[in-house]
Design a protein around this ligand. Sequence first.
Ligand code: FAD
Length: 391
Amino acid sequence: MVKAETVIVGAGVVGASIAYHLTERGAKDVLVIDRARGPGYGSTGRATGGVRAQFETAINIDLSLYSLGFFDECDFDCRYEPRGYLFFATDDAQLDYLKRNVEFQKSRGVREVALVDPQTIAEICPILECSDITGGSFGARDGFIDPLAVMRGFSSGARARGAEIRYETIGLFIETANGRVTGIETNKGRIECENIVLATGAWAHELARTVGIDLPVTPQRRQIVWAKSKKTLPENLPMVIDIGSGFHFRPARDFFDPAANADNTEVLFAYPDPAERPSFNVDFDEAFIEKVYEKARHRSPFLYETEVVREKCRAGLYENTPDHHAILGGCALGGLYFANGFSGHGVMHSPATGRALAEIILDGRASFLDVSCLSFDRFAKGELLHETAFI
Ligand SMILES: Cc1cc2nc3c(=O)[nH]c(=O)nc-3n(C[C@H](O)[C@H](O)[C@H](O)COP(=O)(O)OP(=O)(O)OC[C@H]3O[C@@H](n4cnc5c(N)ncnc54)[C@H](O)[C@@H]3O)c2cc1C
């Protein structure tokens, strides 16, 4: 029979980060299992790789600040590019919202964020139609990371310190005795363990259900259109987001082929389609292309004139919670921990998440940052958070 002190279910960027941080703290007996045939088959391999501190809630800002510092200084190359995030408003209410957020972000220590007027917006993003833009906010330290490079960096670091990662291993159900976790049954047999961490992304609900826990994580498809322009994109284009519609675009990065787009002509664009219903569907829907181009028509004639690169368009899953915040930490069942429900921010928050879970498992609480507001019991207590700056 296989034994491990801690079994992490899910080897995506979150599970890998937890293994990295646990082993950094000296934990020796860490086993990560994943049902996929190799790394990157979950949402991590579908993400666009944005990272930002421009959030509305204190906890999301704090998770981002910690994670940005990590990306800046980590011991592996995560391809962090501080290109910035530009949010823009098209009416006074939206601009007031951005003003409030910028003030709050500054009060929590985000130094590189500022309100910008339409003229500055046009300078930052010359391919944007600005006639109806009332202003915006720009976070210079926000930017891009390579989700697969982050995941590989965490996995390699964890392995180098003794963790093991096994693919094609499906967690089927959690075993318990006397109010504690005792093991996990898999398709390859039972694993005896003291701790189980669910880092199971959009699929988190199914394994939690095996111990009667109704984890409120809902899968939802998100699609991205990849396009190529005949003209070169402006230099240093940031992530650009219409705060009203969620329509956004950024220069493309092919994480499977980092040498691609060397001529700076490829771009990603998308928006949160309100027609999407919760599902595990990850098929790319051709109809989405027309919807996105319709959004681009007025906002950026440059984008409207690009040509779709059909084979690079993709769909993946967000893992939404009712308040669009992650679920981090333990629960009433001893030895069971959650790192779920990132609602589309799991790559950027993976460094802080890994450290938080390592401290919670080893010390009983996270001391580098108080993440208690993200605990699972907030749903039962009715202590939901409020974040509207999600895209
Ligand atoms: C289109 C798109 C764009 C995105 N853009 C961004 C972005 O710009 N920035 C950002 O921060 N985030 C972004 N995200 C969100 C991000 O991808 C996720 O939040 C993040 O990847 C979650 O990481 P994870 O490790 O929890 O999940 P995953 O990468 O999905 O890993 C979970 C793993 O668990 C495994 N698993 C599940 N159940 C079991 C089981 N029973 N047994 C064994 N293994 C199991 C799966 O095989 C999977 O490998 C985006 C997502 C999408 C879809």
